[in-house]
Design a binder for this molecule. Sequence first.
Ligand code: ZN
Length: 246
Amino acid sequence: MLAGFILGCMQQIDDGAPSGDRALVLFSGGQDSTTCLAWALARYPHVETVGFYYGQRHAVEMECRQAVRAALSPLHANLGPDHVIDIAGGLAALGATALTSEAPIETAPGGLPTTFVPGRNLLFLTYAAALAWRRGLRRIIGGMCETDFSGYPDFRDDTVKAMQLALNLGMDRRFVVETPLMWIDKAATWALAADLGIAALVIEHTHTCYRGDRTHAHAWGRGCGTCPACRLRADGYAAWRDAVPA
Ligand code: ZN
């Protein structure tokens, strides 16, 4: 028990984790942001969550957010308040995408998927930083990932680093934007969730499916099983399970 406690402390130090920093997690209720939330809860003494209503075509994500928080809350006294920011009007005025309308999910002529919402993650980070400024939160944590990304340019490490610099200059703060999933694939994200003790919670409560399907249950969670987000999640789960020693 004591050895485990000491090891836990050493791991915290090895991770470069600090300190008394308070954190804000960009939290959608999906697998990646839920893993980021558990990661932050293991490191920081106070963790708040922020979600965005951007006119997504399915409300199921927003419902899953509350289910995940309800499951984590009894285990983590450091889980602070949740915030939801409505930016639907602004994004809707800029035009439809496959995440905000019934447009088909496919690759557009320019090479980007039709699920790309231009500027969405830049807006998320800007709103999150404005909230963090007011709440006195220094660490801003998001599930952006360059390994398995769908080609979203605002998920790139360079984009996130550039945003951190812009936000710090523009708000006169020293925010640290952290992306624990940036260089790992979906199988490794599953392994991280297992290490954090939330694999079952991810399967039961998180939502990733682009079609908003919660009626089909699989070993890896609920979803249609055929959209790009479901396939990525299912393939990652299979690769993770294959790698786990029997
Ligand atoms: Zn799906």
